[in-house]
Design a protein around this ligand. Sequence first.
Ligand code: SAM
Length: 213
Amino acid sequence: MRLRNRPGAMEKLTAHPEYVIQQPETLKGKWRGNFNNDNPVHIEIGTGKGQFIIETAKQNPHVNFVGIELQTSVLLSVLEKQLEEELPNLLLLQADAANLQEYFEEGEVGRIYLNFSDPWPKKRHEKRRLTYKTFLTTYEKVLADDGEIIFKTDNQGLFEYSLVSFSEYGAKLEDVKLDLHHSDVEDNVMTEYEEKFSKKGNRIYRAIIGFEN
Ligand code: SAM
């Protein structure tokens, strides 16, 4: 996601500790308590401007959502939406997915959404892909036994790479859609990238992955 650097983005994020978690390490193992309920915790890695997580949190009030985004200027756009919506089941985190285990206890997360992750097409950047094996190790640790990853992309190369990566890791492909928008799935929530690229005629791929044998 390319977005102009927005001056003062970090200050604006820290001005809203009710929605933007400042010290996520202190919540490790305590996310549900922080939401004041016992509902499952679902996270999105790389929220972009937040269209997906805002709509998904609205539609699922009995799930706790944590939106994670690396770039402060991008996360600020999500915060601005959340300040309008005031959804009690959505918190935001400016963080790198590589550090998830510092913030979430083993088994604390019920579902991870990876939506239109950066493809990093050059082989020398493989380790940056969010479906590279080191990330899968991290996801497996923080996910509950029956937890799952839902991965969507329009990038055929990244999709094929990721299916192989999941499979080589020993994860289970629960469901694969090679053309999500022309499938039997009726409850799909579109992301910003999904809207943009499907309008251009790109096919949308989706895989659901579990780790339980
Ligand atoms: N999910 C949104 C969508 O579908 O419209 C945005 C897609 S954009 C291509 C990918 C986003 O992931 C960018 O905003 C980027 O900053 C974020 N991102 C990339 N690597 C990340 C990481 N390691 N941890 C957290 N966010 C990351």
